[in-house]
Design a binder for this molecule. Structure first.
Ligand code: ATP
Ligand code: MG
Length: 331
């Protein structure tokens, strides 16, 4: 695919370059022919005047017929130059538009291929895990402790599958201009109800929270906002050390609710801070590559927040890590 795209790009660039060179050549030829024509007409005029006996070498270039001839010549010259310029500008814009479109398409195809690869892997490993657990249950006599350990592994794998399916469904909804249900939501209460689930899932992580006393409720889509919170918290865990601290805070700022999720993890380089919200984008360094994911999470988060007229920014935490700050309007 990449080879095919490069070939197409080379072909387009070759074609456009040929057209550009050919046009420059034709413009040059026209320019020359116009000059030649002017010289021929000038000679003819000279001969005509000589025959009439009115030719005067010194005053020839100031004579009315010569001046008319010169005026016509320079008008044609201007026309050739301006036509060539317009053509050149149109062609350059055309080349830029075509190559940009092609580049976008190649990037999208690349992203989709990455997505397919990661999704296949993401589906395969938990499924294999669950299968292994079930096979062990069938084949071997197990102690209660072993049964509990295996069941908990299978449960974790099925949770991973569920999260993945939820993200894919949410992304599909966003793409198909999903109609968000607006209902009154107590965000503090929603976060409080989600935190125990994460604490249970990641017992080694130190989750802390801070909620301001007076926080208004918002009119929002419960499923969407839940997906935002879970995706941000899962990321905070995924890109931090196991025993790191993750803090969730919620406060009111005039007509907005400010939700911040802070971690002390690997952090995000400044040049990646915007890109991480693109669909299927994952930071390509060694730290991230070790973790699993599809690059859908933050795309979903950003789209949901946008649909709620809010916004999300990412900042550096001190001494290390990131802060994802979401602001949602309350009115
Ligand atoms: P998915 O969420 O779809 O399973 P993912 O976590 O890789 O996969 P996103 O949640 O969209 O995808 O995040 C995109 C990228 O942004 C991640 O791959 C990671 O490189 C970076 N990132 C996101 N959150 C953090 C964070 N808290 N700390 C450091 N890097 C982060
Ligand atoms: Mg994620």
């Amino acid at each position: 695919m990449a080879f095919k795209a490069t070939k197409t790009r080379v072909f387009i660039v070759f074609l456009m370059s040929y057209v550009l060179i050919a046009c420059t050549w034709w413009a040059y030829l026209l320019f020359q022919k116009n000059n030649e024509l002017f010289n021929v007409k000038k000679d003819l005029l000279k001969k005509e005047l000589l025959l009439e006996g009115t030719y005067n070498k010194d005053s020839f270039v100031e004579s009315v017929p010569y001046l008319a001839l010169e005026k016509k010549h320079s008008r044609q010259l201007r026309m050739i130059i301006s036509e060539a310029l317009v053509f050149f500008v149109i062609l350059t814009i055309g080349i830029l538009v075509v190559t940009r479109g092609l580049r976008k398409e190649v990037a999208l195809a690349q992203q989709q291929r990455n997505f397919l690869l990661s999704i296949t892997h993401e589906l395969k490993s938990p499924l294999a895990g669950i299968r292994l657990v079930l096979e062990t249950f069938f084949k071997r006599e197990l102690t209660e402790k072993q049964r509990k350990k295996l069941s908990s592994n299978a449960l974790k794998d099925s949770e991973r599958l569920q999260e993945l399916v939820n993200n894919i469904l949410m992304a599909a909804k966003i793409e198909n201009s999903y109609h968000w249900h607006r209902e009154e939501i107590d965000l503090a209460q929603l976060i409080k109800s989600l935190l125990p689930r994460l604490k249970q899932k990641y017992p080694e992580v130190n989750f802390t929270s801070a909620f301001s006393q007076k926080v208004s409720s918002i009119k929002a889509d419960q499923m969407g906002i839940t997906s935002v919170i879970l995706n941000l918290l899962e990321n905070a865990v995924k890109y931090s050390g196991k025993s790191d601290k993750i803090n969730v805070s919620l406060k009111q700022d005039r007509n907005n609710l400010l939700l911040a999720i802070e971690d002390n993890g690997i952090g995000i380089p400044d040049n990646e801070k915007n890109k991480i919200f693109e669909k299927f984008y994952r930071i390509g360094n060694e730290d991230t590559r070790e973790t699993k994911g599809t690059g859908l999470g933050l795309f979903i988060v950003k789209e949901i927040i946008k649909a709620h007229d809010g916004n999300i920014i990412v900042k550096n935490n001190t001494p290390k890590g990131s802060i994802f700050q979401v602001s949602l309007p309350t009115t």
